[in-house]
Write a protein that binds this ligand. Sequence first.
Ligand code: AKG
Ligand code: FE2
Length: 223
Amino acid sequence: MNRQGFGVATDCIHPDDLSALRTFIEQKVAAAGGEYIAFTGRDSVSGTFLDALGLSPEFMQACQTIYRKGTGTAPPTAPFYQVLRCLSGKTGEKHAFFFHYDSYVITALVPIIMPTEGKRGDLIMLPNTRRIRSSYFRNLVDKILLDNTLTQVALKHLVRSGYLRPTRVRMLPGNVYFFWGYRSVHANEPCDHDKTRATALFHYANPHAGSRLRGMARGTPAA
Ligand SMILES: O=C(O)CCC(=O)C(=O)O
Ligand SMILES: [Fe+2]
């Protein structure tokens, strides 16, 4: 994660769990008319393998160990923020090439369905382009500098023209990929409209969880 941008745990998801999830996703995408659909939180995937993984003490321990070794500080006790993203159809395209920093230090990415031909929708990243900010305000400045049309169009152009060569992660279902989501500019490439690309994201450790400014900006008291 520090050197090449990401780490990978290979062949650690059981093929039966993957195929049950694929069936779940295919049904949901079909019900959504073959278009983009996302599931946020454990309850939205209850009864599936992702529900169990979100509660797995071993998986949490792995992330906490990475956190401790990577940051040199004690890992917080906080649940995962988990999302299942299913890119499909024309609307899937809108979610491609959106360069961002995650709000959480560690991102564990579990690919479920990945197109194997045509446009695959690889994960692309500029690893470790910033440090963990000590204030939510400084984090907000980074996000504003990145999340605006000018920067987004420029990055997309630079990547497409080959001028900027991001780290490209071709993900294989069965593996789990780890990277410093908070610290790394990243996005996914588009995939073909007639294909589905599904990834489960497990985000861990928000450095600004207790920030008063963040609480005010979100209209909730700091927790
Ligand atoms: O699906 C992917 O490849 C990446 C998604 C992502 O970066 C996110 O949801 O924060
Ligand atoms: Fe992300």
